[in-house]
Ligand binder design. Structure first.
Ligand code: NAG
Ligand code: NAG
Ligand code: NAG
Ligand code: NAG
Length: 476
């Protein structure tokens, strides 16, 4: 009887890990925190948009999170790489993302979702922002909130990406981005069960960077228009010869050390020196940069811009690049227990009140009059959009890799399977090498060892599950 009870407990524990979910993340001062453990959450992430902009084809029902086979294939490789977060740039608010969101959730991987799309009416038009801020646009972006709000692994929304990237765009757009943030935050407050952070992803244009951050975070009579966090697309660390100083990371730390909101790299990974060695990873998660909450490497799939960690072949198989191996090695070398087990920094800088004095470049917007809510939009914000498609987690039935994956030397990786994490955990690096042989710095023999080790661990989980189930059935 006693052992049956233990088996039942074990069964419940295993079952819970499948059915349950990662802990929602919220913001406390300068940090993201896990709402359950209250520990600091640092983003160890990769940007995910297979096919680039072409991966978003609304007319044929396709975006990066609609095909469960593709998501399973890639979630397995991202989980092995060691990431806990992806950023997805273009999604359609009317599509079903349940399978993909659930697969990433089961893998312990959070999602940061951009609410915009590349087509007309799907984002703020930086040349004439006032023409694009209207009911139709807000309906789209609120639809994205509706679609993703119930997934516990929805970490945050980007209200906009790199809208200000030079002198002229920096003059007229910031107040519109703040208007969009205000509307999104109020929408979430009125129509969601939990707070989901909203922020901006900035281009690393140094002449306007500090002003962008200052403008976005400052307090405008509590009207909700401030960013909850600040993402920086940072490509200044290039190759193995770069240093903390030469890459200007010291300047970034100085700039953001007193930030009232979390700051992280929403894209990083300069590709001027190839293959990339990703030495900046060690710097980013070191105690020199504790005011930065990690970052997302640009990007998972190889596209024309040549930033891929993996090549997606035409037959749906994947070939890892040396960049994947090198990044995995960097993630494996992190003291992940220290990074994920840290207490929040306790920083509670209050954002200064918005004021023209905060702006120092002389070329950035100093007008803090946030545009009034657009015509017919107030009711949407208060009562919600009509007929939203609301996502929800579903059971993950399949864990085996649906397609072959080849290591960087072309040898097929064996035993690929999604690991269903226990204890609602976020994914962490596993200290293993994925590409079978012949990586530039790899060690063939130990590689095979660790791969086998991981595979047998997963198998034993299932064996245990089967054994427990069998025991129960026998007892009952
Ligand atoms: C698992 O199977 C159920 C029932 O067929 C289905 O509704 C669900 O979408 C599947 N889950 C995934 C992640 O594909
Ligand atoms: C798929 O395509 C890749 C690249 O062309 C090739 O190396 C691989 O053998 C193909 N695999 C299958 C299963 O067809
Ligand atoms: C500031 O922006 C508001 C719109 O948000 C506009 O009505 C006003 O004219 C602007 N002020 C100046 C001085 O440009
Ligand atoms: C990862 O593996 C290396 C080499 O086998 C070992 O020195 C290191 O301690 C391991 N790290 C962790 C976190 O297990």
């Amino acid at each position: 009887m006693r052992s049956a009870f233990h088996s039942l407990t074990a069964l419940v524990a295993i079952f819970t890990s499948v059915a349950h979910a990662v802990h929602p993340v919220s913001i406390q001062g300068q940090d993201f925190i896990d709402t359950v453990t209250k520990k600091r959450f640092q983003i160890v992430g990769v940007d995910y948009q297979p096919g680039g902009q072409g991966g978003y084809v609304p007319q044929s029902g396709k975006d990066p999170l609609t095909d469960k086979e593709v998501c399973l294939r890639d979630a397995i490789m991202l989980q092995r790489l060691g990431v806990n977060t992806i950023r997805v740039y273009n999604v359609d608010p009317t599509f079903d993302h349940n399978d993909c969101a659930s697969i990433f959730n089961a893998a312990g991987i959070y999602m940061i979702i951009d609410v915009n799309g590349p087509f007309s009416g799907e984002s703020i038009n930086r040349a004439e922002p006032w023409t694009s801020y209207h009911e139709g646009y807000l309906t789209r972006i609120f639809g994205v909130v509706e679609n993703f709000k119930a997934y516990p692994n929805t970490l945050a929304f980007f209200a906009a990406n790199e809208v200000m990237n030079d002198q002229s765009t920096a003059k007229i757009n910031p107040q519109y981005i703040r208007a969009v943030q205000r509307d999104l935050k109020n929408y979430i407050k009125n129509n969601c069960d939990r707070t989901i952070p909203v922020g901006y992803s900035a281009a690393d244009v140094r002449e306007i960077l500090e002003d962008t951050w200052a403008y976005m975070q400052c307090d405008h009579s509590d009207d909700q228009s401030s960013s909850d966090f600040f993402g920086l697309n940072s490509y200044s660390w290039c190759g193995g010869d770069a240093t903390f100083e030469s890459a200007g990371y010291n300047t970034l730390v100085d700039m953001f050390k007193d930030s009232a909101i979390p700051v992280f790299f929403s894209e990083y990974g300069c590709n001027e020196v190839k293959p990339r060695v990703f030495d900046e990873v060690a710097a980013l998660y070191s105690d020199k940069m504790t005011s930065i909450s990690g970052g997302l490497v640009y990007e998972y799939s190889q596209e024309d811009s040549d930033y891929g960690l993996a090549i997606i072949n035409e037959n749906g198989t994947v070939t890892l690049r040396t960049d994947y191996d090198n990044l995995q090695k960097q993630f494996n070398a992190l003291d992940i227990a220290a990074i994920t087990g840290a207490n929040p920094s306790g920083t509670s800088n209050k954002a200064p009140a918005c004021d023209a004095d905060l702006i120092t470049s002389g070329i950035f917007d100093t007008n803090f009059t946030i545009p009034a809510v657009c015509p017919n939009c107030a009711d949407l914000i208060k009562n919600g959009i009509d007929n939203p498609r609301n996502g929800k987690l579903v059971t993950v039935n399949d864990t085996k890799a649906p397609k072959a994956v080849y290591g960087s030397s072309g040898v097929e990786v064996q035993g690929l399977e999604l690991r269903l994490l226990s204890n609602d955990a976020a994914n962490t690096p596993t200290n293993e090498t994925t590409s079978p042989t012949g990586t530039s710095t790899g060690t063939g023999a130990s590689t095979t060892e660790s791969k086998k080790g991981a595979a047998s661990k997963t198998t034993s989980g299932y064996a245990l599950f089967a054994a427990v189930l069998f025991t129960l059935l026998t007892v009952l």
